[in-house]
Design a protein around this ligand. Structure first.
Ligand code: ATP
Ligand code: F6P
Ligand code: MG
Length: 462
C-alpha cells in the first residue's frame, strides 16, 4: 500500500484559540533527538531506500503529525465534558490508560466532568447511556495495579447514530475510545456520524490489542505484558516435556490472525523447537511435514516443544476431518470463531508417534485468558500513561477521527481510517520471523502446505 502525505493528514475541528496549560513549558522547545516540535513531522518510513523510492522533497515525503501538547488548544477546558470507553477483549494496561486520561484531563487541563461509559460500546446505547461512572483522580488512583478494566468491556454491534445521540444527550465534547481493530472501526463510524451531523465532538482512539494486529503502531500496549505471561507457560511445558518419556509439550496462545504473541513468547522462552503462526501455512504429513519433524525431535533428544498461535493451520482442521474442533460462525462483533488447532495437533501427533512406536507423553497447555487478564508490567505502564497523555493533548487541540500511536519510537497522530486499513501480521520474509527460525532451527516451511501462495498473497498484498 503506497501512502501519500494527504492520506496521513489528521482532521481538526477548527482553529486553536485557547492558551494551553502547557504553553509556558513549550516556549523553548524545538525538535531534538528526544522531542518532536509540534510543527515538525515523523517519517512514515525509516530506510534510505524507501525514502529514495518516493523521489520527493523532504516536506512531501509521507509523514505523521507528532503527538504531544500544543501551545494553543481548541476546547475551553472549563467547558469540556470527556467520555471514556473500553471495548473488545481485555488487554493489560486498560486501567492504566483510563487513569492516565483522567489525571491528565483533570490535573493539567482542569476538565471537571469525565464520564466512563460501562461495558464497551453497549454503554453508549439508548438503554445504557445514563449508567455512567464519574471518573475523578481520586476514583482512579489505584486502578492501574489491576488487570481488566474498571469500566467493563464487551463485543457486539451498536448503531452509530444512537451512540452520537448519547454523546449529545450527555454533553460529551471529547470521546476516548480504547479498542482494537473493531473498536477503531466503531470509532471511525462514530466519527463519521458526528461529522454528518456537523457536531464539534472530538473522537480520539487509543489502540489496544494483545494480538498486536493493528498497523501503524510499533507495538500495541499490553502486548509485552501478555507475551511475558505466555512465556511462563512455555517454560512450564518445556520442563514437563523434557522430564517425560517421548514428551510432547504444546502451548496454544492467543492470536487470531497474527502470530506475534507466539513468536515473541517463543523467543523470550528460547525453549521452543517449533513455532506455528497463521501467517505461515504448514503441512502435517509427508517427509517434510510437521509430524515428521516432531518425530525427528523426539527420536533425537527425547522430547519436543511446540508453540502454536490459535489462528495457525485453520485450513488443516477441516482437511483432517475433526469436525468437533471446527470453528463455527462469528462472534457478536463479527470476528470469525476459530477451529481448535491445539486439539488437532494433540490428536495427530499422538497418533503419528504411537504408530512410530514412540508413544508420547502429551503436555498440553492453553493458557487462553490467563495471558490477557494480567496487570500491565512496568514497560506497559509507562507506555499506557504516555499514550493517555498524547490522547488528551490531541483531543484538547481539536484533533478528531484520530488515534494516538507510537511509531518508530515517536508518539504520533494516525487517522482512524489508517488504523483499520489493514492488519499487522508477522511477515514470513521479515526479520522477526527470521529470528524465530534462527532460534528454533525449524525449517522455513513444513512440507508443501496447501495454498501457501494464496495465504501469503492475501496477507501481504497490503
Ligand atoms: N465494522 C464495525 N462497525 C461498527 N462497530 C464495530 C465494527 N467492528 C467492531 N465494532 C464494534 O467495536 C467493538 C469492539 O470490537 P471487537 O469486539 O472486535 O474488539 P476489538 O476492539 O477488535 O478488540 P480485540 O480484537 O483486542 O478484542 C464491538 O462493540 C463491536 O461491535
Ligand atoms: O473470548 P473472547 O473475549 O472473544 O476473546 C478471544 C480473542 O480475543 C483476542 O485475545 C483478541 O483480544 C484473540 O486473540 C482471541 O481469540
Ligand atoms: Mg479485534
Amino acid at each position: 500500500m503506497t501512502l501519500h502525505l494527504d492520506d496521513i493528514r489528521v482532521r481538526q475541528l477548527g482553529e486553536c484559540r485557547y492558551d494551553s496549560p502547557f504553553s509556558e513549558l513549550l516556549s523553548t522547545k524545538q525538535t531534538s533527538p528526544h522531542y518532536v516540535a509540534e510543527g515538525d513531522r515523523v517519517l512514515l518510513e525509516d530506510t534510505v531506500s524507501m525514502l529514495a523510492k518516493h523521489g520527493l522533497p523532504p516536506g512531501r515525503v509521507p509523514s505523521f503529525e507528532a503527538a504531544g501538547p500544543r501551545r494553543k488548544i481548541y476546547f475551553d477546558p472549563a467547558r469540556v465534558t470527556a467520555g471514556i470507553v473500553t471495548c473488545g477483549g481485555l488487554c493489560p494496561g486498560l486501567n492504566n490508560v483510563i487513569r492516565g486520561l483522567v489525571q491528565e484531563l483533570s490535573v493539567h487541563y482542569g476538565v471537571k466532568r469525565i464520564l466512563g461509559f460501562r461495558n464497551g460500546l453497549q454503554g453508549l446505547t439508548a438503554e445504557h447511556r445514563q449508567d455512567t461512572v464519574d471518573l475523578t483522580p481520586d476514583s482512579v488512583r489505584d486502578i492501574h495495579n489491576a488487570g481488566g478494566t474498571i469500566l467493563g468491556s464487551s463485543r457486539g454491534g451498536q448503531d452509530a447514530d444512537e451512540m452520537v445521540d448519547t454523546l449529545v444527550l450527555r454533553g460529551v465534547d471529547v470521546m476516548f475510545v480504547i479498542g482494537g481493530d473493531g473498536g477503531m472501526r466503531a470509532a471511525t463510524f462514530l466519527s463519521e456520524a458526528i461529522r454528518a451531523r456537523g457536531l464539534e465532538i472530538a473522537v480520539v482512539g487509543v489502540p489496544k490489542t494483545i494480538d498486536n494486529d493493528l498497523p501503524f503502531t510499533d507495538q500495541s500496549f499490553g502486548f509485552q505484558s501478555a507475551f511475558a505471561r505466555a512465556t511462563d507457560f512455555i517454560s512450564s511445558v518445556s520442563v514437563e516435556a523434557a522430564a517425560s518419556p517421548n514428551g510432547v509439550g504444546i502451548v496454544k496462545l492467543m492470536g487470531r490472525h497474527s502470530g506475534f504473541i507466539a513468536s515473541y513468547a517463543a523467543l523470550a522462552a528460547n525453549g521452543a523447537d517449533i513455532v506455528l503462526i497463521p501467517e505461515v501455512p504448514f503441512a502435517l504429513g509427508g517427509p517434510d511435514g510437521l509430524l515428521a519433524h516432531v518425530e525427528k525431535h523426539v527420536r533425537a533428544k527425547g522430547f519436543v516443544v511446540i508453540v502454536v498461535a490459535e489462528g495457525a493451520g485453520q485450513d488443516l482442521i477441516e482437511q483432517y476431518g475433526l469436525p468437533q474442533h471446527n470453528g463455527r460462525g462469528t462472534d457478536a462483533s463479527g470476528n470469525v470463531k476459530l477451529g481448535n488447532i491445539g486439539e488437532l495437533l494433540k490428536e495427530t501427533i499422538n497418533a503419528h508417534l504411537t504408530a512410530a512406536g514412540l508413544t508420547p507423553t502429551m503436555r498440553y497447555l492453553d493458557p487462553s485468558y490467563a495471558i490477557r487478564s494480567v496487570a500491565a508490567n512496568a514497560y506497559d505502564s509507562v507506555y499506557c500513561l504516555r499514550l493517555a497523555h498524547a490522547a488528551v493533548h490531541a483531543a484538547m487541540a481539536g484533533r478528531t477521527e484520530v488515534a494516538v500511536a507510537r511509531w518508530r519510537r515517536r508518539f504520533v497522530h494516525v487517522p482512524l481510517s489508517l488504523m483499520t486499513s489493514r492488519r499487522n501480521q508477522v511477515d514470513p520474509d521479515g526479520d522477526l520471523w527470521m529470528s524465530v527460525l534462527e532460534t528454533t532451527c525449524q525449517p522455513a516451511e513444513f512440507g508443501a502446505a496447501p495454498d501457501r501462495d494464496g495465504v501469503r498473497a492475501a496477507v501481504f498484498s497490503a
